[in-house]
Design a protein around this ligand. Sequence first.
Ligand code: FES
Length: 103
Amino acid sequence: MSYYKRHLFFCTYQAEDGSEGCGRHGSAALHKYAKQRVQDLGLHGPDQYRINKSSCLGRCSEGPTVVVYPDNVWYTYVDREDIDEIIDEHIINGREVERLKLK
Ligand code: FES
């Protein structure tokens, strides 16, 4: 059994000059929001879910990106509503959010 049921990595990379990276699209704030929401739901920690920041995940032009392991499902998102949908559908109900998935 895995240590976490699912592990989410939010790319928060931003170039020092601000010219590129998922961080330009508010990913650090939305990572924080996602982590807090999962904590508030009592779902954060061993045997449950972990919400981590990450540096560049290599899909910059499709970002901001978040990847869910072990499912290997990649998403993009714009706002808190998108994050809520990923948490509610994928994390809680185990259903992938097709409209936000990266191919
Ligand atoms: S900067 Fe986010 S995937 Fe590269």
